[in-house]
Design a protein around this ligand. Structure first.
Ligand code: SF4
Ligand code: SF4
Length: 269
């Protein structure tokens, strides 16, 4: 198997994976969505809420705010089942909200949350939580813990986890009359005519839509894909770096495979 980073920044990674079976790439993609743990607010104690919103609505909104997550700092979710949020710092961390509107109305944002742990904070300060009228207050203590997307999507670390085939475009210049119809039709603008020849740039941008094939009366262009090669795109919510999401997903797959082997070995005894 060969792995190459095509694009990477602090939120997104695009990998070219060659000589790999589709089920393996798909398993990594799915585990990134459902099994790689992140922090999210799971319990909220309200001390005061004079806003027009029910406590449950505010608690639900708080749960959906992505939080920066240091996986080495917390125990895995399975080891925290039944743990008391108050006195289990390896399972829970607290965030506080204590706001009162001083003007006619004020928008309360994720940035108003105060965290007791400097490694845990909302990935964005600009996520609205509530609008308060003058004099209205919200005071609460929120408890965040590690969880997995298969339990609730608020714990999923990804906003995008997708793979696609690696496109291959073949042009038969003996048939092509350079009419340019495919160039006009391509939504990704990757076909162009130069020096009396039809050429392709950035072939990985091709969406395999086959619009070029459909407009070509000469049947001079053929779009297909390379066997066992895939492009995996992971976009993080900001809770974890995208490369960590991929490596954690791979580790989880490895652990599941080891467990499976162990059970099979036991059956043989
Ligand atoms: S539509 Fe067909 S014939 Fe026309 S430029 Fe494209 S490949 Fe060539
Ligand atoms: S398949 Fe679609 S995206 Fe790819 S080259 Fe043809 S028209 Fe462009």
């Amino acid at each position: 198997m060969k792995l190459k980073i095509l694009e990477k920044d602090d939120r997104r990674i695009k990998l070219l994976i060659e000589d790999a079976p589709l089920p393996l790439v798909n398993a990594i993609r799915r585990l990134a969505i459902s099994d790689v743990p992140t922090l999210a607010i799971d319990e909220v104690a309200f001390l005061d809420n004079t806003s027009v919103l029910y406590d449950e609505i505010i608690a639900h909104r708080l749960g959906l705010i992505p939080l920066t997550t240091d996986l080495s700092r917390f125990k895995p979710p399975e080891e925290c089942e039944g743990a008391n949020p108050i006195n289990n710092p390896e399972c829970y961390t607290r965030l506080f909200l204590d706001v009162e509107a001083k003007r006619d109305y004020e928008i309360i944002y994720s940035g108003d949350l105060q965290s007791e742990d400097p490694t845990v904070k909302p990935v964005s300060d600009k996520i609205p939580i509530a609008i308060l009228a003058k004099g209205q207050k919200i005071t609460l203590e929120a408890y965040a813990r590690l969880g997995r997307g298969k339990e609730h999507i608020k714990w999923s670390p990804v906003s995008v986890s997708a793979h696609k085939y690696v496109p291959e475009i073949k042009i038969d210049m003996r048939r092509c009359d350079l009419c340019g119809k495919c160039v006009e039709e391509c939504p990704k603008n990757i076909l162009f005519i130069e020096n009396n020849s039809l050429k392709v740039r950035n072939v990985l941008e091709c969406t395999l839509c086959r619009a070029c094939e459909e407009v070509c009366e000469q049947q001079a262009i053929k779009v297909s894909w390379i066997e066992n090669s895939y492009i995996l795109t992971i976009e993080s919510t900001g809770a974890l770096p995208p490369e960590t999401i991929v490596s954690e997903a791979a580790k989880i797959l490895e652990r599941k495979a080891e467990e499976f082997i162990k059970h099979v070995e036991e059956l043989k005894r």
